[in-house]
Design a protein around this ligand. Structure first.
Ligand SMILES: [Cu+2]
Length: 170
């Protein structure tokens, strides 16, 4: 369990490190891939446990998701059929920057820790969007495996504040 108060000091120290190393922005595909720490982490940034990026030509069901500054996603639970492609239309209704990352809770927690060290990291992955206040972005994802998965906002403090949701694939 992350303890936000214990993370404040390392966070302050880390922000200095970020200024000294401007290239820690979360790169997109094709340029060196992103810095997730040790390769042994097992997290490849693509939420392979859930499925794969959706084919833009495939039929997709639209699921609207709203992000709020109360550290909540609406809805907080999404149910999909195995094999279904979902177009998440993610709207940030708040004043703060938020993001939505699909993954297992273990992946989200691990990535949230990296975000604590590099708070300005932005996501340009198939399974994640960073959404500025008032804007909307989309995630197109095909759920190929049955099970219970998660999504969360990895902006420092948000996941811990409860900004997460569950995806049930059956
Ligand atoms: Cu957030």
């Amino acid at each position: 369990m992350l303890k936000p108060f214990l993370l404040i000091l390392p966070l302050l120290l880390a922000s200095g490190a970020v200024l000294a190393a401007p290239d820690h922005k979360h790169g997109g595909h094709g340029k060196g891939h992103h810095d997730h720490g040790p390769a042994t982490s097992g997290y490849d940034g693509h939420a392979a446990a859930l499925g794969e990026p959706g084919d833009p030509k495939a039929a997709a069901r639209v699921v609207q998701v709203t992000m709020r500054d109360t550290m909540r996603f609406e809805p907080a639970t999404v149910t999909v059929k195995k094999g279904e492609t979902i177009r998440f239309v993610v709207k940030n209704a708040g004043q703060l920057k938020h993001e939505m990352t699909l993954g297992t809770m273990a992946e989200l927690l691990e990535h949230a820790e990296v975000m604590q060290r590099f708070p300005d990291m932005e996501h340009d992955d198939a399974n994640a969007v960073t959404v500025a206040p008032g804007e909307s972005r989309e995630i197109l994802w095909k759920f190929t495996k049955a099970g219970s998965f998660d999504y969360g906002c990895l902006i420092p403090g948000h996941l811990q504040g409860g900004m997460k949701g569950r995806i049930i694939v059956r």
